[in-house]
Structures are given as structure tokens and as C-alpha cells.
Design a protein around this ligand. Structure first.
Ligand code: IPM
Ligand code: MN
Length: 350
């Protein structure tokens, strides 16, 4: 029995989470484990109603779960930053989910905008550091609102934070057992403090602890170029928070779009949180047209991390089958099925 906190959140979050839970219920029945859900009403609507974003009492309850399943955060009527920082980033930081795990995998039958690239060419994982960098919110204004205004946004990297992220990336390459290669994505030619630390740690840890894993380096601007031109060169990419944020949206596009891209905010020693990486999609909300496969894929990742790898694999296989044989497109409104019907299709093919 696993206790799962469910945060459907904003926009299309509730619609896709409903399909994820449908699939989870089915697979737990088939596999012989139980999932016990507790739903939390968090997000833009609650904030507008009550002014509450993430009450401390809720946060301390969340620490007690086996995992958190999240739909989407972001509301068109709430000023940008309030929910993102107050809810999503606060959860990542407070629960010390220091890895953002974002697989980029093109399934058979899914269209990629990259000409001539096939599923065997697009299959890598981005390990994004998830608790440091510019995301920590260090900085401030000086003389705000005057012509002499100064805005500072600092990027923080700690040896401990970098080390644990790199180790996770090496372990991931080892576990995947494919090209056994980790590419550090950085900017050593300009960010000469941050990436000096990253690069030193990368080679020290790699050399000492993972001698059989190939080490590779690419500047972030080159990384996005190769992701488009030669995605087959990548096995595991490891990078800092902001670069990881940016390159994984490109990753989502080359694997077929936001409708299929899943991610996990992982604390290997604590409570992890799983989400489709696309946003709340306000313009599609309530229409039963968005693709729930990213949310279903996030549910599969959740099972894998909590220790139900076989069930996770069955969900992934069902997603692959549905992509290859059923859906006309991954895009909202163009799938040939409703959101709920896609959830049913995956459930039927477990
Ligand atoms: C993501 C999102 C978040 C991020 C936002 C909503 C704060 O873009 O999960 O990639 O920047 O990490
Ligand atoms: Mn992002």
C-alpha cells in the first residue's frame, strides 16, 4: 500500500490527473498493490478564494506521503510568480527534490518536427539540477523605480548540490546501460565560476567513481543545436537548473510535444513529485481535448521510483501501443479521441 498525495492544480491539470488516476487504479488492481490517494485543493482557484498558496500545515502533511502526483500550476488571473514560486518551486525546495528527471523519448508512431529522425535517434534523459541556480531567488532591487535602478538575480551553485546531481546522472547512465555517456551541458566560456565548479566536480566524480562512463561536455548553446541536428549523440545530459528548464522544453518538442512529455522532481532519499511538464493550458481547460499521456507517463515514473518498476513498464508499453496504433496526433484537439478516451485506451491495453 502506497500513500499518494494528489494535487490536480490549475487549468487542464484536473482533467489529465483524472486519466492518470484511472490508469493507476487499473494497474494497481492488476499488479496487486494498493494506492491510497489524498486530494489537495491547491492552485490558483484556492489562492483567489482564500489568499492561501501552500499553507504550512499542508506542506508538513505532504512530507509524510510516498509520492506526490501533480497536474499543473499556473492561472491566467494570478500574477506570474505567485503560484510558481509559492507552490511549485516551494515544494521542490522544501522537499529537497534535487533532481528534475526529464526523459526525452520518441515513441513509434509519434511525429517529431525533426526531419528524418526516428525513435532510435531520440532517446535520452535530461537530469536537471532542481534546487539551486537562479531559481533560489537570491538577489533584489536597488533604487527600484528610478532611472538608477539595479536588479540582481544571483545564481547559486554549491559543491554538495552539484555533486549529488552529477552522481545521479552517472548512476542513470549506468542503469540505462546504453551508450553509457554523460554530457555536461554548461557555459564554461562565460560562467567561469559556476561551470568551473561543475566541470571540476564532473571529472573528479566521473574519474573516481564511474570510470566506465564516458564523459562529454557541450556548451548550452551547442547543446540545443545538437538536440535538433544530432539528438542520437545524447544518452544522459546533466545540467544546472535554468539551462535544464530551457533545454527540456526543446526536448519535449522533439519527442512529440507537451502532450507526451513527463517529468519527475526527485528526492532519492525523500518524497518525490511527478508531473506532466506542460503547463495548465488555460485555453483548453474543461474541453476534454488535451492529451493526458504526459500525465499518465508521469504516473508511470512515479511507480518506478516508489518501487513498482514492473507496473511502470506495463504503463509505458501501453502508452507506446496507443501512440503507435491509435492516436492521430499528440496535439490537443487533434488526437482523434477525447482526453478521457485516451485514458480508457491506455487502461484497456495495460
Ligand atoms: C517547469 C516550469 C517551471 C520551472 C515554472 C512553472 C516555475 O517551467 O517545470 O519547467 O521553471 O521550473
Ligand atoms: Mn519549464
Amino acid at each position: 500500500m502506497y500513500n499518494i498525495a494528489v494535487i490536480p492544480g490549475d487549468g487542464t491539470g484536473p482533467e489529465v490527473v483524472r486519466e492518470g488516476l484511472k490508469v493507476l487504479d487499473a494497474i494497481s488492481g492488476l499488479s496487486g498493490f494498493k494506492l491510497n490517494y489524498v486530494h489537495y485543493d491547491l492552485g490558483g482557484d484556492r489562492y483567489q478564494r482564500s489568499g492561501e498558496v501552500l499553507p504550512d500545515g499542508v506542506l508538513s502533511e505532504l512530507r509524510g506521503f510516498d509520492a506526490i502526483y501533480l497536474g499543473a500550476i499556473g492561472h491566467p488571473d494570478v500574477k506570474p510568480g505567485i503560484l510558481e514560486k509559492g507552490l511549485l518551486l516551494r515544494l521542490r525546495f522544501e522537499l529537497d527534490q534535487y533532481i528534475n528527471l526529464r526523459p526525452v523519448k520518441l515513441y513509434q508512431g509519434v511525429d517529431t518536427p525533426l526531419k528524418d529522425k526516428k525513435p532510435e535517434d531520440i532517446d535520452f534523459v535530461v537530469i536537471r539540477e532542481n534546487t539551486e541556480g537562479q531559481y533560489v531567488g537570491a538577489g533584489g532591487f536597488l533604487r527600484k523605480g528610478t532611472p538608477d535602478e539595479i536588479a540582481i538575480q544571483e545564481s547559486i551553485s554549491t559543491r554538495k548540490g552539484v555533486d549529488r546531481c552529477l552522481r545521479y546522472a552517472y548512476l542513470c547512465a549506468k542503469k540505462r546501460n546504453k551508450a553509457k555517456k554523460v554530457t555536461l551541458c554548461g557555459k564554461t566560456n562565460v560562467l567561469t565560476y559556476t561551470f568551473d565548479l561543475w566541470e571540476r566536480a564532473f571529472h573528479e566524480i566521473g574519474q573516481k567513481e564511474f570510470p566506465d562512463i564516458t564523459r562529454d561536455y557541450a556548451h548550452v548553446d551547442a547543446t540545443v543545436m545538437w538536440m535538433v541536428k544530432n539528438p542520437e549523440w545524447f544518452d544522459v545530459i546533466v545540467t544546472e537548473n535554468m539551462f535544464g528548464d530551457i533545454i527540456t522544453d526543446l526536448g519535449a518538442m522533439i519527442q512529440g510535444g507537451m502532450g507526451i512529455a513527463a517529468g519527475g522532481n526527485i528526492n532519492p532519499e525523500g518524497v518525490s513529485m511527478f508531473e506532466p511538464i506542460g503547463g495548465s493550458a488555460p485555453k483548453y481547460t474543461g474541453q476534454n481535448v488535451v492529451n493526458p499521456l504526459a500525465a499518465i507517463g508521469a504516473a508511470a515514473m512515479m511507480l518506478e521510483i516508489i518501487g513498482e518498476a514492473e507496473a511502470a513498464l506495463r504503463i509505458e508499453k501501453a502508452i507506446e501501443f496507443v501512440c503507435a496504433n491509435k492516436l492521430k496526433s499528440m496535439a490537443a484537439g487533434k488526437m482523434g479521441y477525447t482526453t478521457a478516451q485516451v485514458g480508457d485506451l491506455v487502461t484497456k491495453n495495460l
